[in-house]
Write a protein that binds this ligand. Sequence first.
Ligand code: PMV
Length: 323
Amino acid sequence: MNGQPAVSASAPGKMIILGEHSVVYGKPAVALAINKRFYCRVSRSGEMILNGRRVPAFVHPHISSVINDNGLSGISMDAGTQIPTSSGLGSSAALSSSLSLAVRKLLGKETDQESIAKDAFNAEWNAQGRASPIDTSTCTHGGGVALNCPAGIGRELWRISRNDRSWNVSEFDVPEMTFVVGHTGIKAPTGPLVEKVRKYKEHNRFASDIIDEIGLVTLQGMNAIRRRDKEDLGDIMTRNHKLLSILGVSCNELNKLVNASLPYSYGAKLTGSGGGGSMIALTDQPEKVCEAISLRGGRPIVVRTGEEGVRLEDGIPETIDSI
Ligand code: PMV
């Protein structure tokens, strides 16, 4: 780096197991942190330097939002990630959350999770145009996180509001479960898909009904998780996928991977904004699901849940790809 004192941090990726898109409209959602992390190391600089190269700040709206919110106009940042980008696995949320912790530490500011989650949500909102705090809160807190769950179900962490929307963010206890993520290989940025749903909802009453129905299905899924009922949760995930398809955010490649996984899974669905990116399957037969996904041209990864949230690091592991 540039000889200045440096701070390193990391944050996990995430997968949404129920409620994406409808959560943007204040409905409930559940997400889990996964054992793939984003790492960054920052030091002070008057300009924006990324992995040793000067870059215009606007090229990375998440980065410029976090540093501007913390009163800086530039930063020297080295970064590396294990999370595939534009894949529905929270790579930009993990970037924003880890960068917020590193910058706050560097500046001697508060480093509590709520402040970090709010910085990261702001970055997501500024970059995406419209967003919910599901990704950024999960990458910050780690483990299991629920938004807008009924009172008494989770331990409330913080509340985030934007315009006319408000989200209660809670820690949600989720048992050990095995998931396989199937990446389509298609990069699909979140903003245009969120905008597509907004337009559909604005012009069509049917879209609002689907969003309400996803909200109801998500509440049923939360109860299935509390009862530790994997069969019921799997069925509910698959129903959630069908509703997301009707909403217009699935695609042939995602449907193929979901269908290929179902014979060996409790259930499967797209995860994140869709349009490409990834799907997830809840299963006790991960090898069979991986094989089925590979045979259909997808890239399978078995993920471990219960991953720790944002944290300080000694540096960036050498085995990690730069962004
Ligand atoms: O950015 P992704 O692909 O992980 O999707 C985020 C989930 C959405 O509900 C589609 C958007 C949001 O901000 O909640």
